[in-house]
Design a protein around this ligand. Structure first.
Ligand code: ZN
Length: 350
């Protein structure tokens, strides 16, 4: 399958999100956050007017928040979740300029990048939906990024409020007697310059390793290094891991990293976003889905089948060939014996 994800599309979706509101960006409780949820609905309606979606409303400290869930291929019972948070951080708590630390973070990479990749993946997968053998969820989380660092955040808010609340209510979003979850993949800070993913420790290791392997086989060896940095990040995937769904967080090292000094600063803006980083992320997820959930698949690049074991089919064929071989040999022996008896009969008749 030629990969169709387009990094320049995704780049423009990051720009769109940044332009929704230039003063408060997408902070929970502000108009920009609501308008951003509307923006996603509009983009998915551009893909198809009837793209199915559900809203998940909840409150944190009496502020109205909202997760937005789009579903593709609802007739398939095996669900793969692709997620990202869309809220932007209310305070630039890590800004090197102390005077800027009460200003909001634009959240170009921290938030908008993952959402932008989800939108273009939805475009690609919608066009191939007949060939996909899973149900896909595109899940946009509110209220991920308002917790405390350096003793500053929004009073009474924790990290990952949106995903925690979603998983609390997850039973009302799927039919647990019919449907089941196969994987959850979270995209967080996936579009910055100098992209280099880490080995995030809350993630299900086999799933994360598989995504790394797919990325490396596509040639993205600096983004998916052989010896990635090891970190534990409390992110939106953790609630899904705890719910029992294999989950992986694609994320960078954002602490004391000279290659990415913009985390929770006012400089997390469009100038530090790279269309090629967005494309690396999008194409890797696209290929990962083809490897595992594409009918007529003959280009399995993954070397770690964490779902079905493709080798089982080969073993079955070998067994079948052995049985057919035995039957064939049996038939030959049968006719050989019959013929030699017939010959004996003829001889004795003479
Ligand atoms: Zn953040």
């Amino acid at each position: 399958m030629p990969l169709q994800f387009d990094g320049s599309n995704a780049y423009s979706y990051v720009e769109d999100q940044l332009n929704i509101n230039l003063t408060h960006f997408r902070i929970p409780g502000y108009q920009g956050r609501e308008d951003c949820a509307e923006y996603f609905i509009e983009k998915f309606r551009e893909i198809n007017l009837n793209f199915s979606y559900m809203l998940h409303n909840f409150t944190v400290q009496s502020v109205e928040c909202q997760n937005v869930l789009f579903k593709l291929n609802e007739h398939n019972n095996n669900i793969v979740i692709l997620g990202a948070h869309y809220d932007s951080r209310a305070r630039a708590t890590k800004d090197p300029d102390e005077l800027k630390r009460d200003e909001p973070v634009p959240g170009a990479n921290d938030g908008a990048s993952g959402c932008a990749v989800l939108i273009d993946l939805a475009r690609v997968f919608y066009s191939l939906k007949e060939n996909l053998t899973c149900q896909l969820w595109f899940l946009f989380f509110d209220a991920e990024d308002q917790g405390y660092d350096y003793s500053s955040g929004i009073s009474g808010w924790d990290w990952c409020e949106g995903s925690d609340k979603f998983v609390e209510d997850i039973e009302s979003f799927y039919n647990s007697s019919l449907e089941s979850f196969e994987a959850m993949i979270l995209l967080d800070m996936v579009g910055g310059v100098n992209l280099k993913f880490i080995n995030e420790q809350y993630s299900t290791s086999s799933l994360l390793e598989e995504i790394f392997e797919v990325g490396r086989q596509l040639g993205y060896t600096s983004e998916f290094p052989n010896n990635p940095e090891v970190r534990s990040i409390r992110d939106d995937h953790v609630a899904f891991v705890n719910y029992g769904i294999p989950s992986a967080d694609l994320i960078i090292n954002f602490w004391n990293n000279p290659a990415w000094p913009y985390h929770h600063t006012i400089n997390d803006d469009i100038t530090a976003i790279s269309a090629s980083s967005l494309e690396v992320t999008g194409k890797t997820i696209e290929q990962f889905i083809y490897n595992h959930y594409f009918s007529n698949n003959n280009t399995d690049l993954g070397n770690y089948p964490w779902t079905n074991d493709n080798n089982l089919l080969d073993t079955d064929i070998v067994t079948l060939l052995m049985i057919l071989g035995a039957i064939f040999v049996g038939i030959i022996i049968f006719f050989f014996i019959r013929r030699s008896r017939a010959n004996k009969g003829q001889l004795s008749g003479d």
